[in-house]
Write a protein that binds this ligand. Sequence first.
Ligand SMILES: [Zn+2]
Length: 613
Amino acid sequence: MTRRSTTKKDAIHYTIRPADLALHLFEVTLTIATPDPEGQVVSLPAWIPGSYMIREFARNIVQIRAECAGRKVKLTKLDKHSWRAARCDGALSLHYQVYAWDLSVRAAHLDQTHGFFNGTSTFLQVHGQESLPHVVEILPPADPDGSDAYANWRVATALRELKARRHRFGSYIADNYDELIDHPVEMGEFELIRFDAHGVPHEMAITGRVPNLDTARLSADLKQICEQQIAFFEPTTKRAPMERYVFLTMVVGDGYGGLEHRASTALICSRNDLPVKGQPSMSEGYRGFLGLCSHEYFHTWNVKRIKPAVFAPYDLRHENYTPLLWLFEGFTSYYDDLVLVRAGLIDEKTYLGMLAKTLNGVLRGSGRLKQSVAESSFDAWTKYYRQDENAPNAVVSYYTKGSLVALLLDLTIRAGTQGKRSLDDVMRALWRRYGRDFYAPKLAGAFGKGVTEADIDALFDEISGLSLKALLDKAVRGTKDLPLAEAFAALAVSMTPTSKPAKPGLEVRTRKEGSDCKLASVHEGGAAHRAGLSAGDVLVAIDGLRVTASNLDATLARYRGGDTISPHAFRRDELMTFSVDLKADSVTQYAIDARDKPLAGAKLRKAWLKARA
Ligand SMILES: [Zn+2]
């Protein structure tokens, strides 16, 4: 089949303008030069790739109207996110407003201080014309009182400039709709940090006030992480898969999250997680922020180019079910921290401590015994992304357990091949076969091939030279705990139950409500469960002494295993009394430590954690 050649004139055109900052409204105009003669259908995505939940972004469209050659034409709503315009002989234009007041990386946000949007929230998809070039003109806020209040606003995005200078308002272009919605845009008076990673320009735009931010340290640390990953996937050429890369960081008082894109990422972080000038120690918060950057950056390869088959292409109207998020999220979670140790940003002891924390967290949820990571991947849309109070007892995280699966496979391959092969080789093979050419020009308008479950199983055996099918079945499609202690032993790493008797606790998660202590979830088999306490109960006293959100731990610390306590709690505003037998923690927790012996194992461990760039 031949593709008709296209010019910029055929392109789909959008303009987007922050129209009312106080009402948080973007105004968008979409112009279609040659609309479908049967009546053009347009729609807004129901979800944003990378965040596997139906979000129905079209509910934020406040007003929409259509014009054909300047005259109003009828627009018929087809379903919750689609419209059909009446037949139109000339150019069809649609005008609509988007309400943007979601302070997350997934949607759009606008006020007097900045604007942020994802294309999935703002740009209607023109059905049948998705493979045309898409041009978007990004306009500054109107300035009705002539105060020049927005004169210093700039634009940060990985979209290519068409008629715009870097960081300026103007027109930008994407090869197709899929690309258009994969480049979020930030506008405002952000701080800009720049560095090169293996010759490719990188930048981080930081929105939100951060006193005494240590920009030199941040840029040096990010460079290490990015170069480490570029060299990981392309050890010979050290060629990055994008021409430039942009981290869009929104700083808030308390927040954490990120969403990956093909040449950028949108991040949200807590102010106090960012490094302060003159304070060179590695805080837990900063380590977490670097881990987040590392995670989203790794996705540039793993999920933005190496993709599950059902994401090539995405169906943006419905859930896209895949049993493989354990690989795309879990393996990315494994490598995000591993890159930090390989880049020399954290040491071996810290890294093994972080692995222990992940392991102990996974062991705390009995959901792991009921749901495999393949099932959790498939049901992400209704379970992992829509967790309720029962989640710890019903759902396993394909992030955390998925990262342990990656760890198990990596250790197993390293031990089984005397260090000749590793999970790194499997990732590089995935990259060469599926990822490297995913957006290659010869595939323009079409898409590269995604990966299936069978492809992965076969690839593991082929690359490692081992028979890993049984282990994969057990780890990925089974619900038994992973045989990590044995795998660690081969690399001279011990995994031992923590010896100190754990403090007796209720084995609950709590949530602060005012000063009240509310049970957010009750862990199956724990003391609270055995006594009949329930998620939602507001704990008010233990043995007649008041309990608040801030003193629960201190109150419980006065008791020992074997004691019986009598908590009072409100349920539906009725006071109830319980009797709880405190025992030592019902869940075994582990410490993970490096050993000197066996010598061959210690050598394998060194190779596992060593730098590559
Ligand atoms: Zn991720």
